[in-house]
Design a protein around this ligand. Structure first.
Ligand code: BGC
Length: 744
């Protein structure tokens, strides 16, 4: 059976079905949107596991609770227990690292597919793409004979400056969980464990080793935990990675509230908690408070907190052997679950195959966001075009490696320039000019990867010869395309960016090119927002691409040339200026020893919409080469009981000349609430392909429970009765229809 997991409608999640009005009349059953539900960790092998544990020495048991090499714990050979083999990461399987230090192992068979980064995947607004991402990557992991992928990375994007914004998915908890769940389910279908990271409240790199994050309870539950909760309850993730920082005074790898009370007691998590690398600070406390495996950076592995020190703690009676057995049993259960033990045919996998590159292509093509397109400048019309200027360091920059654990060693990374060369007829001359140089202030170069300070300082003076070359190329070509943005040295784990300015003098360069060739298209390759208002105003067409995987350049060229109609939507708000963003407007980033999330629930567009601040490009925004009309948006009833599901339908009409995909978004507002609320919150969405001239009816189902807020006093999710407004639109700021409903 291809699919081990059963897809069925989950009561808690948004279900939708699409029926094709003008063409085939699909039955509800056929067209029901799959819900992705993972498979529970089995207990069938418990008797065998108990027997194994009874045969193990204390040293053997404890060997399983800590790293015995950089990416594996110890197995127990004589009993047939293998090591639990792990690999990064979110953009593909990382190259093999040496067993006892961070240096690459130097293998020649560890090339992998580089998949689009988390932000790109979220920009597809397509659960099916996330599922493909998971299965494809799961197969690669198996081909490398690993058991656990240290991914997905699903921390909330609290500030656009966050160094890992590109790795993470969104500023919205609903979109975050709707992408995370199918990804995890897909991955685990391939007999590997997802390790969902970094649990939780790990939203900045600055001071990440010690910063104490303070979040009020309601905000924690409504914003920072939902994607983790869905990963556990719906996707049944087999492991979770504890974060580096502290939360309410306790390190997250020894945080009783988060690991025992919430994760296990409330959510029923049955898998294992793995520490981030060198994130552990205690022995007995970590173990008791929920950690199962300590991983870390090289030092004698027996010096880890859960190594010799733990043996001593058991011997002194501080920790009972029964406690040790509990953790060992959890680990053995997941090893059996992914068939690393117990026989059973395990997925063999395959890596860097054409099929996987094509998976990466499909995702990349749906991730590209068209931000501006005046006078239908795009797609490029090639009639009469003899030459195209391709300008910018990002036209040739490779981004697969870099960013530490998120790096991928790949044989295929199609750059934007290569993509254009692959797709343009050879009769068109490409005039390439680098334009700007990627340069850093050497004195501040140390800040790269230095986790106690903010990101690298760039050199923003342009090289006059490079500018001249770029201007000449633009002048002498029929069309110019600038590839600007950032790269994975500038946006990286271990440091946050200092500000939102475009580095390396790009703004000045773009203005100069625009001045000589008004037909310039500006393409950003980046993983996080930048301040691009000026450029955006002056350019007729602006496209946003990402660290978009092995086939990123081909996908981008196909969008620019019209083979692919763009359908990506921003998974976060593009602010006009950093001070408009909530963490900055409230002066609560990055904090010092402590950081207090002063904006509370008003993260991302919740802040912009509630405070009436105009973003440059709103959450959920993205254009298409065709136009869509939304008609007859309505709910199936006017009044709903608490246990009912609201069904909202809308006819999406493709009023243009191209087939295209549109994302119907459903936001909810509660006016006159007795509690503080965001102006609106995303509660459902559906991506639908509509052929030119035809229409599709999209139905989005919202269980009334999705409208709940977290009642801190009652310690439970509560739906406030009364009037709500459901807003149907194609971005958070383009609402086509408001539908009032009443909840009893
Ligand atoms: C990162 C993790 C990563 C781990 C192992 C840490 O620095 O925070 O995301 O999985 O290293 O490379």
């Amino acid at each position: 059976m291809k699919n081990k997991f059963i897809y069925f409608s989950a009561a808690l999640a948004v279900m939708l079905f699409v029926s094709c009005k003008n063409e085939v009349q699909n039955s509800d059953a056929e067209s029901a949107q799959k819900e992705y539900i993972g498979k529970e960790i089995g207990t069938d092998h418990d008797a065998e596991i108990d027997k194994l544990i009874s045969q193990m020495t204390l040293e053997e048991k404890i060997g399983m609770l800590h790293g015995n090499s950089m990416f594996a714990n110890a197995g127990v050979k004589r009993l047939g227990i293998p090591e639990l083999k792990m690999a990064d990461g979110p953009l593909g399987v990382r190259e093999e690292i040496s067993r006892d230090n961070w240096a690459p192992a130097g293998w020649t068979n560890d090339f992998a597919t580089y998949y689009p980064a988390g932000g790109a995947l979220a920009a597809t607004w397509n659960a099916e793409m996330a599922h493909t991402f998971g299965t494809s990557l799961g197969e690669e992991l198996r081909a490398r004979d690993k058991d656990m992928l240290l991914s997905p990375a699903i921390n909330m994007v609290r500030t656009p400056l966050g160094g890992r914004t590109y790795e993470y998915m969104s500023e919205d908890p609903f979109l975050n969980k709707k992408i995370a769940v199918p990804l995890i389910v897909g991955l685990q279908e391939k007999d590997v464990m997802a390790c969902v990271k970094h649990f939780a409240a790990n939203n900045q790199e600055t001071n990440r080793d010690y910063v104490d994050v303070q979040i009020d309870e309601r905000t924690l539950r409504e914003i920072y935990l939902p994607a983790f909760e869905a990963s556990v309850k719906e996707a049944k993730a087999y492991s979770i990675m504890g974060a580096y920082n502290k939360f309410r005074g306790e390190y997250l790898c020894e945080n009783d509230y988060m690991l025992n009370k919430i994760l296990r007691d409330e959510w029923g998590f049955k898998g294992i908690v793995v520490s981030d690398w060198a994130a552990v600070h205690s022995t007995a406390k970590s173990l008791k408070n929920g950690l199962d495996i300590e991983m870390g950076t090289p030092k004698p592995f027996n010096e880890f907190f859960l190594a010799d020190k733990l043996i001593a703690a058991v011997k002194s009676g501080e920790v009972s052997e029964k406690e040790i057995d509990l953790h060992v049993k959890r680990i053995l259960r997941v090893l059996f679950q992914v068939k690393a033990m117990g026989g059973g045919e395990r997925t063999k996998g395959s890596i860097a195959t054409e099929a996987h590159y094509q998976d990466a292509y499909k995702i990349a093509a749906e991730a590209v966001v068209l931000l501006k397109n005046e006078n239908n400048a795009l797609p490029l019309k090639l009639d009469g075009v003899k030459s195209i200027a391709v300008i910018g360091n990002n036209a040739t920059k490779k981004n697969a490696l870099g960013g530490f654990g998120a790096g991928v060693k790949t044989k295929r990374e199609i750059t934007p320039l290569e993509g254009l060369k692959n797709r343009l007829p050879s009769s068109i001359k490409i005039n390439y000019a680098e334009g700007y140089l990627e340069r850093y202030d050497e004195k501040n170069k140390g800040n790269l990867g230095n986790i106690t300070s903010n990101g690298p300082v760039t050199i923003d003076q342009l090289d006059p010869a490079k500018v001249q070359e770029a201007v000449e190329a633009a002048k002498n070509s029929d069309v110019a395309i600038i590839f600007a943005g950032s790269n994975r040295d500038y946006e990286t784990e271990a440091s946050d960016r200092r500000d939102l300015h475009l580095p390396f003098g790009q703004e000045e360069l773009i203005q100069k090119v625009l001045a000589v060739n008004p037909k310039t298209i500006v393409v950003f390759v980046a993983g996080a927002p930048f301040e691009i208002e000026n450029i955006s105003k002056k350019s007729q067409a602006v496209v946003w691409s990402w660290f978009n995987g092995s086939e990123g350049g081909n996908a981008l060229a196909d969008v620019l040339l019209g083979k692919v109609n763009p359908s990506g939507k921003l998974p976060w708000t593009m602010p006009k200026a950093i001070m408009d963003s909530p963490a900055h407007a409230t002066n609560s980033f990055p904090g010092g020893k402590t950081v207090n999330y002063a904006e509370g629930i008003l993260i991302g567009y919740r802040w912009f919409d509630t405070k009436n601040i105009a973003p440059l490009y709103p959450f959920g925004y993205g254009l298409s080469y065709t136009t869509f009309g939304f008609e007859n948006a309505k709910a199936d009833k006017t009044d709903y009981a608490q246990n009912e599901t609201i069904s909202v339908s809308v006819e999406v009409k493709n009023t243009g000349k191209e087939d295209g995909k549109e994302v119907v978004q459903l936001y909810a507002s509660k006016s006159g609430s007795k509690i503080t609320r965001a102006a609106q919150e995303l509660k459902g969405f559906s991506k639908v392909l509509v052929k030119a001239g035809s229409s599709q009816t999209v139905t989005i189902k919202v269980p009334v429970k999705e409208l709940a807020y977290y009642d801190v006093t009652a310690k439970k999710w509560t739906v406030e009765p009364g009037k709500y407004t459901l807003k149907v639109g194609n971005s958070s700021r383009d609402i086509k229809k408001e539908i009032p409903v009443t909840i009893k």
